[in-house]
Design a protein around this ligand. Structure first.
Ligand code: GLN
Ligand code: ZN
Length: 764
């Protein structure tokens, strides 16, 4: 039986970010819908042809999306929330983008007319965000988009018979949210299934023989009733769509306790993730019906490393030899990888030789299939090259730094502990800082004005000398320090004007990190990110922020915060090496940050803030894995933070407010002050800190920086009063929700003045 190669989805954005440009031109009115749709069609055609030429046998369609594939599903089943005033016929492009981005205005939150965008949230544990479907108890569904059929036919016209992808009905419901009274979204399944049956039969009539139906929720802890929903959904679909075969696709982890559920479904094929969960292979093979086609996700669809092809063959050969029909695939859609390594001509040659992006991964799969079908000798040279790359990476001095390894391996508990408990540190810090009640501060960044962006771009191009650029940055810093003194903030920041991004800025100065020029991946809609690649042992060759801090502090007698990004956030927003556990890499970053913290203290910083914006989003998908993650994440923070004396105050900042299920870990970080996002929930989320008797100080954000609205003094006083109902007044700081870099000075100036006035009112 021949082994074939499948992909489950290919990056949509275009090698030159063509989709972003086309979308933004359309949104700004610079081009019309026809132009946008033509670009989209070209991108699809190019992706199909590329995959075919690389040797993929099974190529997906409908993996493309103008914005998000969950939103596409919402359009397909006509689940448009009432506020968008949809006419109920076909979901047109205007309605589609209204759900994606809101209509009437482009503000995040304000009082003008128009519907806001649908809520967005993280797609499992990736950095991709989807638009959350909303369901009401009387929700109805109807086929309202022909996209999946159109794109299937579009590919056929180009001579490519694709396997259309759709998000399965159970995962679609589970990823949505009940609105208008609490009810179980799975009760909507009987109403939803007929739409799936209809669209699948239309696909069959158009000529499709297989579909890829994604049910990634099968790797989660399933709610009650989900087993039955799966059984019912797939029994009905297979009964009512006899002409189509179903490849049930799971990814981002092990099926675990849902394995029996998945194997019990009457589908024709099952895809499993063997990168995140290699150990599940034996159980899957043992439990699968003999005629079940197994799609083995052997290459990492979430990371950028070349695979060890011989090692994969060792695992797959026996399964093929036993007569099983096998398909080789990436672990998940390649949506989460950059497109093509060929464009990274400036990347160090060694590092480059270890990498594979989407294009290279499809080629790797084709080699694997050839080896399985015609024997390893038929691709001997490529396999040898793969082994050589793996070996070179393993032993490279670029990766291995024995001193770093030894330091991180030392299990010294005192490293992650402060000399004294908070109760004893606090009076020492108070004596040193002499702050008033309700001390005011900001989270770090001030507006990144067009002027600053221009200077940075000019410096990057070489059009502005480093000297001139630094002089410019010092002026900006001096100005913002002076302004903070004038408005009488108590604890100042330097403004972060020298930073492009809170992770990249540190990554560029740490050993073990590489940066790309074109390796974009979609974060949401037309927002793409270019995560750093952590390839080797991480260390800090020299101080990173001390000079900026020293300069800023020299301008004022008020305390100037040292400002750092924490190890967990740096880890979670990067491509991470796959040759050692994440916690080991995190620990190495923690030591590098610790060195910086100690140097800031030596330079005289009385307050150091270590941001952990991404700590919560690193939580594993399965609840049972949470504690392990939280343990090492907290330990890493503590290693980073606790090289300082009692009188040095450590702050941390988190851009969110859901602490209910992780409050013990937050407390274990043992920060002296934590600032969080609470303005939008009207301080309700402080409840958990109160219930936990959280001992340290808290700055609940009183100014929602995600909105251009300028909060009034009265409003912020009210929020602070609400906070005092839950926490004691001497625990409270007064600050915005997050950094101010995305806001304009016209908004920031009055907002911060009002915030300081609100603190004064509270003091009186
Ligand atoms: N210190 C950073 C800033 O103010 C924090 C940003 C964040 O938490 N996302 O920009
Ligand atoms: Zn933040």
């Amino acid at each position: 039986m021949t082994v074939s190669v499948a992909t489950l989805g290919f990056p949509r954005i275009g090698a030159r970010r063509e989709l972003k440009i086309a979308l933004e031109n359309y949104w700004s009115g610079k081009s019309d819908a026809a132009t946008l749709l033509a670009t989209a069609r070209d991108l699809r055609a190019a992706a199909w042809a590329r995959q075919r030429d690389l040797g993929a046998d099974i190529i997906p369609s409908n993996d493309f999306s103008l914005y998000d594939h969950v939103l596409d599903t919402t359009a397909m089943v006509g689940a448009v929330p009432a506020i968008y005033e949809w006419d109920g016929d076909k979901v047109d492009i205007t309605t589609y983008f209204a759900m994606a981005r809101g209509n009437g205005h482009q503000h995040d939150t304000c009082n003008c007319a128009g519907a806001p965008a649908a809520e967005m949230t993280k797609w499992f544990d990736t950095n991709y965000h989807y638009l959350v479907p909303e369901f009401t108890p009387d929700q109805t569904f109807r086929l309202a988009s022909g996209k999946i059929v159109d794109e299937y036919l579009e590919a056929r016209k180009l001579g490519i018979d694709t396997r259309p992808v759709l998000l399965g009905p159970v995962s679609y419901l589970l990823l949505g949210k009940a609105r208008g009274g609490a009810f179980n979204v799975l009760t909507l399944l009987p109403r939803l299934l007929p739409v799936y049956v209809e669209v699948l039969n239309t696909l069959a009539a158009a000529g499709a023989t297989w579909v890829q139906i994604d049910e990634p929720c099968l790797v989660l802890d399933l709610p009650d009733g989900a087993d039955d929903a799966y059984a019912r959904a797939y029994a009905e679909l297979i009964r009512d769509v006899p002409a189509i075969r179903f490849m049930l696709t799971t990814y981002f982890g092990a099926l675990g306790d849902n394995l029996a559920t998945a194997l019990g479904l009457p589908v024709h094929g099952l895809h499993v993730d063997l990168v995140r969960a290699p150990e599940q292979l034996a159980d899957v093979v043992a439990g699968a019906r003999p005629d079940l086609v197994l799609s083995l996700g052997v290459l990492d669809g979430r990371n950028v490393w070349k695979a060890d092809l011989n090692a994969i063959l060792d695992r797959v050969e026996p399964i093929v030899a036993a007569g099983r029909k096998v398909i080789l695939a990436p672990s998940c859609s390649l949506l989460h990888t950059p497109i093509d390594l060929e464009r990274e001509t400036e990347l160090d040659a060694d590092i480059r030789s270890w990498l594979a992006f989407a294009v290279q991964k499809v080629a790797e799969l084709a080699v694997l299939a050839r080896a399985l079908n015609n024997g390893r000798d038929s691709v001997r040279q490529v396999l040898d090259a793969s082994s050589a790359a793996v070996a070179s990476r393993r032993t490279s001095p670029r990766i291995n730094n024995p001193a770093v390894q030894a330091r991180a391996a030392k299990a010294d508990a005192t490293l992650a502990r402060r000399a004294s408990p908070f109760s004893q540190r606090r009076p020492r810090q108070q004596a040193r800082l002499r702050l008033p009640a309700y001390p005011t501060t900001t989270i770090g960044s001030f507006p990144q004005t067009p002027e600053i962006r221009k200077a940075r771009a000019a410096h990057a191009r070489g059009a502005l000398s480093t000297e001139a650029y630094n002089t410019f940055l010092r002026e900006q810093t001096a100005r913002v320090v002076k302004w903070q003194e004038e408005v009488a903030l108590d604890v100042l920041v330097h403004g972060e004007f020298e930073r492009n991004d809170m992770v990249q800025y540190f990554g560029e100065q740490l050993a073990g990190f590489a940066f790309t020029r074109h390796a974009w991946v979609q974060s949401y809609g037309s927002r793409y990110v270019r995560p750093p690649i952590i390839y080797g042992d991480v260390s800090r060759p020299k101080p990173m922020t001390v000079e900026w801090w020293r300069y800023a502090q020299s301008l004022t007698s008020r305390p100037m915060k040292g400002m750092l990004t924490g190890p967990v956030t740096i880890l979670n927003w990067s491509f991470v090496r796959d040759d050692q556990p994440r916690n080991v890499t995190c620990r190495q970053i923690a030591f590098a940050i610790r060195d910086e913290v100690v140097d800031l203290e030596k330079a005289g910083a009385a307050i150091i803030q270590i941001d952990e914006a991404a700590l919560r989003e690193g939580l594993p998908l399965r609840h049972r894995d949470w504690q392990h993650y939280l343990d090492w994440a907290v330990e890493s923070f503590r290693i980073a933070a606790w090289g300082v004396a009692d009188a040095t105050q450590i702050h941390t900042h988190m851009c969110y407010s859901e602490f209910n299920d992780i409050i013990a870990a937050i407390a274990a970080m043992d920060a002296d002050v934590i600032s969080i996002e609470t303005a939008r929930s009207r301080m309700e989320l402080l409840e958990v800190f109160a219930d936990y008797h959280y001992p340290a100080e808290i700055g609940p954000g009183v100014y929602d920086i995600h909105s251009p609205r300028i909060p009034t003094v009265q409003e912020m006083v009210e929020l602070l009063k609400l906070a005092t109902e839950r926490l004691s007044a001497d625990q409270l700081w007064v600050n915005p929700d997050c950094g101010l870099k995305t806001r304009k000075w016209e908004e920031v100036r009055p907002a911060i003045e009002n915030m300081v006035a609100a603190a004064r009112t509270m003091r009186d």
